[in-house]
Design a protein around this ligand. Sequence first.
Ligand code: UDX
Ligand code: ADP
Length: 476
Amino acid sequence: MLECLIIYKNQKPVNIKNICCIGAGYVGGPTMAVIAQKCPDIQVTVVDVNADRISAWNDPDVEKIPIYEPGLSDIVAATRGRNLFFSTDIEKAIDEAEIIFISVNTPTKDYGVGKGKAADLKYIEICARQIAAIARTDKIIVEKSTIPVRTASTIKDILEQVGNKADFQILSNPEFLAEGTAVSDLMQPDRILIGGDIDTEAGQRAIDTLVTIYNNWVPKERIVTTNIWSSELSKLAANAFLAQRVSSINSISELCEKTGADVGEISRAVGADTRIGDKFLKASVGFGGSCFQKDILNLVYIARSYNLHEVADYWEQVILINEHQKRRFAYKIIKEQHNTVSGKKITMLGWAFKKDTNDTRETPAIAVAEILLQEQAEVVVYDPKVTEQQMVADLERYGVDAAVIREKFKVCTTAMQAVQGAYAIAIITEWDEFRELDWAAVYRQMVQPASVFDGRNILHKQTMQQLGFKYFAIGR
Ligand code: UDX
Ligand code: ADP
């Protein structure tokens, strides 16, 4: 066996001239932009069924590309039209590429078996069928989207049954970039994970080919190769572990509020233990984003499908604490408003699930707004990067009545406008500009007594109190 592996390792990687990426979203867009920048000899084409999204990526004004990430527009400006292309011609891009990345969305199913838990693989399947129908030459297919374990075998089945005689190697190369820091995460990744069919010569050659591409800028020791199932499960496990840390500190934050302990001090003290580490211990209004909840639900679903109910319950609790944290925050606002927010203007600062992104998937803002609207508050929001259209779509998808949104939900274009006449402010996203607001001026615009509920612990309690605010933080 060892001997075979050594021989496989000596196989020359395939020489790559063309890469295609299906899906021009938060993962596909930034990842391909960085590959294009780091591999000037490779032509990278990003395709999408969404023509509006593609034309936004091609907007002559590079600041108008559809995804906001610090540093991304500069890379797109330098590479677009040189070796980075955005197109709706999916067939041509598939036909020409030696490597095809699948970066389509895999949302949680909202229908049928596994509703609310399992990942919806319909977009992946459509891609696989399309590749099978078009491909005339051998291709390496790379799963980039976050997917449940054993998706590779689904893709393989489709390719083998539907496809012609071309050879397909499937690799799993999960993306670990975090939104808001995507460019630096891609430039200096902690690790690149590549899973493939390590027991066959062709599989090993495919792995080596992808390793060679990343090795243009990532040192070899940071490129981890595994079997395909380990790679797929590592992605779910990594996100579940990270989310677990946030839920753990958030559960402690509630205890702090009862006892007089300070969650910031606890994070510092606990995080100083090198065995634990100091990252992902910031108490907040709750975690959001496209990955954490979806991946844990996936893990839970997979565990249950193997009848591992204790394992499933264990991970499910991470999500339950998160739901609790979001609700708890909204109910605290109501309680401090003498148990009624009916007819009162409540301002939400921030809608995105974290700063430096315009992504709103699973943002805690939605649950908080929904509760406040249910209590008949007038909800006014300002976020520097999220559009009103997106916020309204988020609420509608969450089941908030369209008439309620029309009457009670307003979006402003500046923070100062949004706080005028408000009884309370809820800070949902930790945008730097909220830290830097002229809070004395804000205070003057509000109804007294003016309250601030800091869902991100970004302000100083004493300063806020000196300005006259009733100030509430998380876990303090
Ligand atoms: C995450 C993973 O970090 C990334 O590796 C994976 O590829 C995709 O999922 P992302 O969802 O973009 O990335 O953002 P992340 O920075 O992980 O934050 C997730 C959520 O947790 C955010 O809502 C954030 O505000 C919250 N969070 C994070 C906290 O509340 N406290 C913390 O200490 C850290
Ligand atoms: P992620 O965060 O995983 O990148 P996004 O929703 O931002 O998710 O992006 C996924 C993209 O994939 C969307 O722009 C969507 O239009 C695209 N997409 C989904 N299915 C297909 C398909 N079959 N062919 C091409 N593009 C697709």
